[in-house]
Structure formats: C-alpha cells, structure tokens
Design a protein. Structure first.
Lengths: 336, 362
C-alpha cells in the first residue's frame, strides 16, 4: 500500500479523492441541487447496494474459476454450466425439503463431485494441452446445457427465500430528511445482505486457507510453478482434484445464491460464464483478491449503469474490461 | 513450412504441429478431386432444388466463410478468436442500418453499393480493434477476451434500440437488384455466395504462402525468435485480425441478404461457439476444413431432428448431438475431419506411410 503511494503518487491521490467522493455520496444527505441533477439518493444507494451484493455473487462464481485457472491453466468454459447445475440442484432440494441451508450443502457436494469427475476422467488425460482442454470445456458446456434443458425445461425457477430472511431492514444510512426534520433511512432486503456477508466470509476463509495453511501453501506454490512443485514430491494430482472440487463447489453454491435472488433458466450459464470471464480479466487471472476486486467493480458498474444509462449498461462493463486490458493487460491484481 | 520449429515452443497449438498438406507450393490444381468438387459446385443449380441450394449449400458456404476467417487466425496465427461471428453479425447489422429495410426509422436507405463497402469498412475496423485488444494477451487468454467481446456485443444488441432495434432486430432488409436480376433469387444468390466463398478461399490460400502469411506462421511458432529477427509480432497479429475481419464481414453481408433480417439471436454466444465447432470439426490446418465442417454442421442441424425422431429419440436433442460429436473430434483427432480422413488414408496404404509423412513436414 505504502509502496504503491510512493511509486504512483498521482494515482494514489486520484484513488483517495474517488474514495472520499464515494463515501460522501453514500453517507451525506444530498443537497437539493445534486438530487435534481442525478436523481434521488435512495435510487443511488439502492443501486450501490445491489451492485455490491451482485459483486458478492460474481465473486463466488469467479473465485472458483480463477482458482482452477491459476493452478491448472484450465480455462473452464463449463463453469457457467456448473453454476446452473448447482442452482437446479439447490432448487430441487429446497423445493422438496424446504431447507435453504441444506440446499447449499447438497449443491456444493454434488457440483464438487461433478468437478472431481471432470478432472479425473477428462482433464487429467490432456494435461498441459491448454487449448485442447478449453475446447473440451466448450463441448462439455454445450452437452451440459442441453442435458439440463432436457431435464428441467425452459422454465424460470426461483429458490424460495427462507421465512427468517424475508423482508427489508432499515440500514443506518440516511437517504433524505423529511420536511418535518425526521430522517429517512434506507430499507434494504435482508436476504441480500446475508448473502453478501456470506460471500465475504467465504472470501476471507479462502484467503486464510490459501495464505495460512499448508495446503494453501501448496496451492500457491502450484500457481507459481507447478512443475517444480511436482518435483518436490507433492502429490499434485490430489491437489488438482481438490482445487477443482472446491472451484466447482463454489460455482454450485453461487448457483443457489443466484437462484435465490435472481432466477434460474437456460442461458444463465452463459451469463455467469461471461461475468466470471470479465471479472477475472479485470481482476487478474489466478488471483483471489483480484477476483474480489473485479467482482465488486463489475457488479457496481452493471447496477449503476443499468440505473443511470440503461441502454448502455453492458457497454460500461465492457469498457472497463477494455480499459484494464489497455493499461494493465495481466489484470489489476495479478502478479505476472 | 519454411520456418524451423523450436522444440521449446510446443505449447503453441497441438493441431498446427500436425501434418501439413503435402502440396504447399500450389493450390489444388493437380488434384482431380478438387476439380470434381469445383465442377459439382458450379453446376449445383442443375442438381439441387431451391431448398437444398440455399438452405444447405449457400448456408454452408456462408458459415464456412466465417469459419474460414477463424481458421486463418487459428491455423496460421495461433489465435483462437471466438468473435468472428460477432464481426460478421456486426457487418450484417451495418448493412441493414445503412441500407434499406422494413425498419425505416433506423435504416438510412443507402443503395447497396454504398452500404456494403461502408459496412465492410466498419466491420474491419471493429474486428481490428477487437484484435488489437486480444493481442495484448496470449494463448488461451485470447479465447476469453474474444468470447467476452462477442457476449458483450450480443447483450448490447439486445439492449440498444436506437441502432440495433433491440431483440426484434431489423427485418425485411433490402437485397440488391441490378442488370434486371434480383440477386436474392435462389440461383443468382447461390452464385454470388459461391463466388465470394471461392475468392475468400483462394485469398486465404494465397496469403498463407505469401511473405505475410509465412511471417504470421513464424509468429505462431516462435514469437520471440520472430521478434529477434526484426518482425513486429503484434503488428502481424493485428493485421491477421484485419484480414480475418474483412472475410468475416463479407460473409456477414451474405448472411443478412440470405435471411433478409438480422437479430441478436444471430450473434448469440451459442452461435459464436458454433463457428468454433465448425472450424475445429472441419480441421484448422487447411482452408478447406471450415467448409467441410460447415457442411457437416448444416446437414446435422437440418436433418438431425428428423433423424433423431426416426430412430425413436427426442428430436430436440440436436445440440446434444453436436456437442458430443465435437467432444469426440476434440478427443480423438486434433485435426478434425481432415485429420481423420488423412489418418484413414494412411492406414489404407501402410507401405506409402514413410514417404507421405516425410513430405508433410517439408
């Protein structure tokens, strides 16, 4: 952090000013002039919160993607299919047992199993052939998409939010002050906040596991140089299977989350594949903090864009990607 | 292949290291099979009726030309771009926007000889810019970036009503009439498509042997050495994108004339991936591969439904069939149908194996 400030004082200043402006926009009561120019503060705050929570969801999908890529150099273009599969599994469990928590557990286990199968049966056979692996994942995504369309049809599914999470809560953020002087606070759906918190917890847990445990050390070493790691006697195939299972399982969990606050239908797999692609391109491939930053940026850009410039929302996301590629092609937080 | 391989750069592309065609020096003038195919294609209107002529053969040639642009990038440049269909779709949209169509509030109503060059220019610029982005990274990253570009364009056309008319797209696009011929009639249109496809095919074949194409193949095999020799690696790659974009744009023009409409469904992510499938299934080491792949794909797409129903399965599982076929090709043949055929021929003549193999590596 300090080194960054020393090396790029101008950029650091711009970042600090931007953060200050953002904080002021979130916490201060907007003067009437600003409300006239930009719109109500409630709309803005809602978009920001939607963006942050959507970023949490994107992080869940993209972190698995980036982990798999970082260790195995495997661009898993079937990742979106794993997401959708997890969502459908979660829907089936929650519809039959009524338990939301259980649906997460089952979705995680089943998608992780699919991931293990993929790694053991398919990808192990073509190790080191990046392009061929990617082609295979494309073929698999087509097959999975059609199988799921066959099994589940083209309907929209939404996973039932558990009763203890339904309804909005008041957040201690002022949106306006009534003429009587009474403050108005932001009301926001509880379930989204809980999901966001959960994704933060998962992210922190992953970071801790990667940076503070032995297996995390092995994985990080594998990201840096997997040949040398294998040469030191680590059973790298086991590590590969574990990481693939974890990455796929995270996609499954994300599917349940996405099915709860959005909906599940054919085509969502492509949407979330695109989202994770853009997130890891922006954040830096193979980097978990990069995935978090990228997910936050893309989530915010998407939501703010769809509120303030509705027809060009997707272009904003895309422009961010272009900008990052132009300035820092390896991604914002990638080391290489 | 005149550029020596470097053992250190084996990551490039499994397919490209496979067999090179034996006759690199000349296009297939000495090959009787090529002459037979050419003659059959020329007299096709005598053989096939309107449905086969347009729905099968013209569609095959159009899709094949788009896949040819991908084959050019992937086979000679080592860059697998998933946005070739997006470029074609962009060009098609531009033809519809600048030319005349049923959506008078959007279309500018230019005559076709003005709208088409304009659309081609814009599509080439679009593709070149996308390529300039994609060459900032390497290898499999290219797939991710071009896929992201394609998907972004698809969602953009869905959302934008001012130019792209949202998810309904642009309908009743005018097709050219001149010299007393409606060029969208089945037979004239077939010949237009055939001519464009042939020009693109021979152009790619020529470029692959021209200094630019050879330098491009050198860049594919060993960018570092080419840079040391004084070649501007990225400029060659971007130029390859420009050429490929122009080819894809030509196919896009034909596509919009073929269906007379263009909508986001045409440029969907699935369709982008279909182009990759076509190129891979056909084989990406020779320009003829994409056309073979396109023929297989179009035949499957058209007849799989009837076929599946006939053998007692659900006809809607067409994409499953495509996906499984694609997986099989990727698993067992790194060079698509061409590779399978060559392998079969070699197994037929085991005594000629040594000679044939040696020549291939040239």
């Amino acid at each position: 952090m300090i080194r960054f400030v020393e090396r790029h004082p101008a950029w650091a200043l711009i970042v600090i000013i931007a953060v200050a402006v953002a904080l002021w926009l979130i916490f201060a009561v907007w003067p009437p002039g600003l409300e006239e120019a930009v719109g109500r503060k409630r709309v803005f705050l809602n978009a920001v919160f939607n963006g942050i929570t959507l970023g949490g969801l994107y992080f869940l999908v993209a972190s698995g993607f980036t982990l798999i890529f970082g260790l195995m150099r495997n661009v898993n273009l079937a990742h979106g299919s794993l997401y959708l599969f997890g969502g459908y599994v979660g829907y089936a469990i929650s519809a039959s047992t009524g338990s939301w928590i259980l649906s997460f557990i089952v979705a995680f286990i089943l998608t992780a199993l699919v991931g293990v199968l993929l790694q053991v049966v398919v990808f192990r056979r073509m190790e080191g052939q990046d392009l061929r692996q990617t082609m295979v994942t494309i073929g698999l995504s087509i097959v999975f998409a059609d199988l799921m369309l066959w099994a589940c049809g083209g309907d929209f599914y939404q996973i039932q939010t558990p009763s203890w999470l339904i309804g909005p809560i008041d957040l201690p953020l002022l949106t306006a002050i009534k003429s009587s002087g009474e403050p108005v606070y932001l009301r926001y759906p509880l379930v989204r906040l809980v999901i966001f918190l959960a994704s933060v917890i998962i992210g922190v847990a992953m970071w801790l596991a990667l940076n503070r445990t032995r297996i995390g050390m092995i994985i990080r070493a594998g990201v840096d140089d997997r040949d040398i790691l294998a040469a030191t006697g680590v059973r790298i195939q086991v590590v590969f299977v574990l990481v693939f299972a974890l990455g796929a399982g995270l996609a499954g969990i994300a599917g349940v989350v996405g099915g709860t606050f959005q909906s599940l239908s054919p085509g969502e797999d492509i949407r979330f594949l695109l989202a994770s692609l853009v997130v890891v391109i922006v954040g830096g491939m193979g980097s978990i903090p990069g995935a978090a930053l990228g997910a936050l940026i893309i989530g915010l850009a998407e939501q703010l864009g769809s509120v303030y410039i509705p027809t060009y929302a997707i272009v904003v996301t895309f422009l961010i990607m272009v900008l990052v590629l132009a300035v820092r092609p390896q991604g914002l937080l990638a080391r290489r | 292949m005149s550029v020596t391989h470097d053992a250190g750069i084996q990551v490039r592309k499994a397919a490209s290291l496979a067999e090179r065609p034996a006759a690199r020096g000349s296009p297939d003038i000495n090959n009787p099979a090529a002459w037979i195919v050419a003659i059959i294609l020329l007299i096709m209107p005598l053989i096939a009726n309107g449905f086969f002529l347009i729905e099968i053969f013209a569609t095959t040639l159009i899709l094949g030309t788009i896949a040819l642009s991908l084959m050019f990038l992937a086979g000679y440049g080592g860059m697998v771009s998933l946005m070739q269909l997006t470029i074609a779709g962009f060009c098609a949209y531009m033809v519809a926007v600048f030319g005349a169509s049923g959506n008078a509030n959007i279309s500018l109503g230019w005559p076709w000889w003005l709208a088409v060059p304009m659309a081609l220019t814009l599509a080439t610029i679009f593709g070149t810019l996308g390529g300039a982005l994609a060459v900032r990274t390497e290898g499999i990253y290219t797939i991710m970036i071009t896929l992201a570009i394609g998907a972004a364009f698809y969602y953009f056309t869905n959302q934008n009503w001012a130019i792209f008319n949202g998810h309904t797209g642009i309908n009743n696009v005018a097709t050219p009439h001149f010299w007393g011929v409606n060029w969208r009639w089945d037979i004239p249109f077939y010949y237009v498509v055939l001519a464009v496809a042939a020009i693109c095919y021979f152009a790619v074949d020529y470029v692959s042997r021209a200094p630019f194409g050879l330098a491009l193949q050198g860049v594919r095999d060993n960018p570092r050495r080419m840079a040391a020799l004084g070649f501007n690696v990225n400029a060659h790659r971007v130029a390859a994108y420009a050429v490929a974009s122009f080819i894809a744009g030509l196919a896009g023009v034909l596509q919009v004339w073929n269906y007379r409409q263009i909508s986001p469904g045409t440029v969907s992510v699935g369709a982008c991936i279909d182009i990759l499938i076509i190129a891979i299934v056909g084989g990406i080491t020779r320009p003829v591969g994409p056309y073979i792949g396109a023929l297989v794909f179009v035949l499957l797409r058209t007849f799989a439904l009837d076929f599946l129903v006939k053998i007692g399965l659900d006809g809607n599982r067409f994409r499953l069939l495509i996906g499984l076929g694609f997986l099989a090709i990727v698993f067992w043949s790194s060079d698509g149908v061409i590779g399978l055929w060559q392998r079969w021929r070699r197994s037929q003549r085991p005594q000629a194996d040594g000679a044939g193999g040696g020549r291939g590596h040239g």
